[in-house]
Design a binder for this molecule. Structure first.
Ligand SMILES: *Cc1c(COP(=O)(O)O)cnc(C)c1O
Length: 368
């Protein structure tokens, strides 16, 4: 197979352009520090992790053994019970959130879903797809859910099961809803049929390494967690991991057994390369390497916040966040650094590979 010269040239230009754009961005929570050249040979193979990663299949061109190890590693980080977890490598955080809501709906079909104003935009659509009744709860100014408003809303529907969609790092301000406070509210109102899903798209890879501990995992009381793979870990292809309690998943796979299949995942054909990439990240970094990356991101975030304050930009951060928030900047700066903005604010997300020199150039541009 060969390409015409003009097409080759086009791809070459595109490569340079994308490299440049990757170097420049500071506003999206996507890691850039990876090298998957050792996996080039796998691009010539039709890997496909069809179906449930924990159930044997007649299709053998898969990486499901690696996928199971990735899920087990994350389950351990999220302090799931040793023999009571299940999960799979998704196409991203959104699919993991969809899966968590789907599982919750199968367990509690008559439940009301509660989520804050600052919840990711994809959740509303997924609730619509699943046909789940839901109530949006006010947020506090820092982006965290307003617990009084949550208490009031659940109280009005206390005769129904409650599904709380908790944010462990909101998109704009990296605010973390406190899972223990949410549980206290449910207990106070004696809502015993309850399910908490944690959207830890960004922070699932960070929170386990932050002290004091952030209450967000299975031991803190959640029932499922979704994390993005391309955010805190880094991957050339978007991906994620969802982890849920095995005993809950079995309740719903039984009802699917009934119609003759074990189609437990959202998609049928699934990416077989991304589990390999995640496995490689996990094996090469280890918990120690992950800890180091988180510490250095936090240090750079603190540096960026301080540098912006020094030029009188009212920048701030949530506790132990790698996201620095400040008022909207001029359009050319927003374009140059690919900064997301909403409601008059914008942010930098200090992913592991970002260097002080990049912050210095950014601050210089802002001060002009
Ligand atoms: C990025 C993000 C998502 C969506 O994750 P994808 O991996 O892009 O699908 C969901 N929720 C939050 C809070 C996010 O930051």
């Amino acid at each position: 197979m060969s390409l015409a010269a003009v097409d080759q040239k086009r791809l070459q230009d595109f490569l340079l352009n994308i490299r440049n754009k990757t170097d420049q961005f500071l506003g999206y929570p996507v890691s850039k520090d990876f090298d998957f050249q050792p996996f080039a040979d796998f691009l010539d193979l039709p890997l496909n992790n069809l179906g449930d990663p924990f159930v044997e299949s007649t299709w053998k061109v898969d990486s499901r053994q690696y996928e199971r190890e990735v899920v087990a590693f994350m389950a351990d980080l999220f302090r799931a019970e040793k023999d009571n977890f299940w999960g799979y490598v998704t196409n991203g955080g959104s699919e993991g959130n969809l899966y968590g809501l789907y599982l919750a709906r199968e367990l509690y079909p008559k439940a009301m879903v509660y989520y804050s104003q600052d919840t990711h935009y994809s959740v509303k659509k997924n609730l619509h797809l699943l046909g789940m009744e839901n109530i949006m709860i006010k947020s506090q100014p820092n982006g965290e859910i307003n617990y009084n408003d949550l208490h009031g809303a659940i109280k009005m529907h206390r005769n129904r099961p409650a599904i709380v969609f908790a944010n462990i790092g909101t998109t704009m301000t990296e605010a973390k809803d406190d899972v223990r406070l949410i549980l206290e509210i449910l207990e106070d109102l004696v809502v015993t049929e309850k399910y908490i899903h944690a959207d830890a798209a960004l922070c699932g890879g960070l929170a386990p390494f932050i002290s004091p501990r952030i209450p967000f995992d299975f031991q803190d009381g959640v029932d499922s967690i979704s994390v993005s793979g391309h955010k805190s870990f880094g991957s050339p292809i978007p991906c994620g991991i969802v982890v849920a309690k095995k005993n809950n998943v079995e309740k719903i796979s039984r009802s699917i057994d009934y119609i003759g299949t074990l189609d437990t995942t959202i998609s049928g054909s699934r990416n077989g390369h991304t589990p390999l990439f995640l496995w490689y990240k996990i094996k090469s970094l280890g918990k120690k390497g992950m800890q180091k990356r988180v510490d250095s991101s936090l240090a750079i975030a603190q540096y960026a916040e301080q540098k912006l304050l020094e030029i009188d930009i009212p920048a701030w951060r949530n506790d132990n966040a790698i996201t620095v928030v400040f008022p909207q900047v001029e359009a050319w700066i927003k374009e140059k650094y690919q900064l997301a903005s909403a409601n008059g604010i914008t942010h930098l997300v200090l992913m592991p590979s970002i260097k002080k020199s990049q912050i210095d150039s950014f601050v210089l541009d802002v001060s002009r």
